[in-house]
Ligand binder design. Structure first.
Ligand code: FAD
Length: 483
């Protein structure tokens, strides 16, 4: 059999996972496959970037992955770095919400902010008596229409009223996307809540029923389910998530052609159904022949690269992206006269702050700061609140420090700061996103068999989801070249 060549465009976690899967599957059946991974930046990893400095392990982008999603945990195991897995500190399992300038503990007994047990919700200062009454009436609210899509906000406001949504549900749920709850598609982001509403009418009753079923599964004698590393909901790696990228690189480097600082500028289809991928590097242009192509860039670049080949791919440019920034502030412990007794705090839009959320990284993670030091990370920028990002780094740090002073009373001068800009980094799956994706994917399958798109821009942004999406694209590409 002739050797097949598969080109992967983009060397973030999706692209590297796709290449790793190609290697694993091709080697398993002794199939002659060659792979080239092309990355525009000078490094692999995309959004995953760890800064290691003087014993600190500081994430510029993602800081963890969900342990219950198997693709991440399995990749860690396959790369032989399971022993480096770190869970969150158990004593930092509390989170605060900023409310009228004060930090209030998040009520207990909820799933993503949706109350399962009302006891703690009835005591919280986040809601007035009238707001609480509205929340406890949720089981009596009729279900919405079963058809189609709506915004996450539409569903949650219908069920719980505006106060719970604005003060708790939006910062928690839309915060994952740096998005707006009133624009994100419920079918794409939290389809389980749409299904629960249809099945049980009430999300509260539906979640309670699920909890009972889970408890029964975990009863003595039943099979135990849960993350491979302890019981932590989130996991990272001892030297940061970048270890994942480094181990993928080490595993791939003798098998694949891994190129950085190389920009893919075109993909064309030849009359025999194979592809030509045009790349630019240091002023040189090269045309790479390929039997299949996996494009894992964000949606905007993918639209540019693919729309001559598949006109409907231009619709990928309709997926909005939001910019954000993370600012890490590191301090000597003795200068921080604040009890950082939680994983951090969330800031609802109504508070009108530049900071949208803050993670007390040295409280949340045992590996983040060396003994005698603490580190706090703040997020700035989300959908509709991106003005703060116009500031230069020094001013951005100043604003964040002023807000930490007013919220926490923290006035100390940090020993260093790390500002990371994430321009157009967070895809927004807006209402009817899945209809648009179905149209684009169908057109690609029809007009460009052997071409695949994968990555955070399309169905889910979490690292395990990206790994899974990259692996699925690899499996489809291999099936195509063996047909
Ligand atoms: P990317 O990482 O964007 O990789 C795509 C790559 O394509 C890039 O490296 C880019 O340079 C390259 N590229 C683009 N155009 C071209 C071209 N023409 N030619 C060649 N290469 C090209 N997820 C979690 O699970 N947990 C978290 O805690 C978390 N926190 C986050 C915090 C922040 C601040 C951000 C920004 C994201 C966070 N995420 C988190 C989301 C997660 O990090 C991303 O969804 C995921 O890393 C995206 O991976 P990807 O490979 O799909 O895309």
């Amino acid at each position: 059999m002739r050797e097949r060549h598969i080109v992967v465009i983009g060397g973030g976690i999706t692209g590297l996972s796709a290449a790793f899967e190609l290697k694993r599957k091709a080697e398993a059946v002794n199939m002659p496959v060659r792979c080239t991974v092309i990355e525009k930046d000078s490094r692999f990893g995309g959004k995953i970037q760890t800064k290691r400095r003087d014993g600190f392990v500081l994430e510029r982008g993602p800081d963890s992955m969900l342990a219950r999603k198997p693709a991440g945990v399995n990749l860690i195991r396959d790369l032989g770095i399971e022993s480096e897995t770190v869970g969150t500190n158990p004593h930092a399992n509390k989170t605060y919400i900023l409310h009228e300038g004060q930090l209030e503990p998040m009520p207990k007994g909820h799933q993503m902010g949706i109350p399962v047990d009302f006891t703690s919700f009835l005591q919280t200062r986040l809601l007035t008596q009238a707001d609480k009454l509205r929340v406890v009436l949720e089981p009596f609210i009729p279900r919405g229409s079963a058809d189609g899509d709506e915004s996450l906000g539409q569903l949650l406001r219908r069920r719980f009223g505006d106060a719970l949504v604005n003060r708790l549900l939006e910062p928690l749920m839309a915060g994952i996307y740096a998005g707006s709850i009133d624009h994100l598609s419920v079918r794409t982001t939290f389809p389980q809540y749409q299904k629960l509403e249809q099945q049980y009418r009430s999300l509260v009753l539906g979640l309670r029923a699920q909890r009972r079923a889970m408890a029964a599964m975990q009863a003595p004698g039943a099979e135990r389910v849960g993350p491979a590393s302890g019981r932590s909901v989130f996991i990272t790696l001892r030297d940061g998530l970048q270890t994942l990228v480094e181990r993928l690189y080490d595993t791939l480097v003798n098998w694949a052609d891994l190129r950085v600082s190389t920009d893919v500028t075109g993909v064309t289809r030849r009359t025999d159904g194979t592809y030509t991928v045009t790349v630019h590097s240091e002023g040189q242009v090269e045309h790479l022949p390929a039997d299949a192509v996996i494009c894992t860039t964000p949606a905007g670049p993918a639209a540019q690269l693919l729309s001559d080949l598949v006109p409907a791919a231009a619709r990928l440019s309709e997926i909005p992206y939001v910019s954000t920034a993370t600012i890490v502030l590191a301090y000597p412990e003795e200068k921080v006269q604040v009890d950082l007794d939680a994983s951090g705090f969330l800031v609802p839009r109504g508070e009108q702050r530049a900071i949208t959320a803050s993670t007390w990284v040295s409280s949340k993670w045992p590996n983040a700061a060396p003994k005698g030091h603490v580190a706090i990370r703040c997020y700035v920028g989300r959908a509709g609140q991106e003005e703060g990002l116009k500031l230069d780094d020094a001013d951005l740090v100043d604003v964040v420090r002023q807000e930490l002073k007013s919220i926490l009373g923290l006035d100390a001068k940090p020993e260093f700061t790390v500002v990371s800009r994430w321009n157009n980094a967070m895809p927004q799956y807006t209402v009817h996103h899945l209809d648009r994706m179905a149209e684009v994917e169908a057109a690609i399958a029809r007009q460009a068999p052997g071409l695949y798109i994968a990555g955070a821009g399309y169905y889910a942004i979490g690292i395990p989801d990206c790994i899974k999406h990259g692996q699925e694209a690899a499996a489809r590409a291999l099936a195509h070249v063996t047909d």
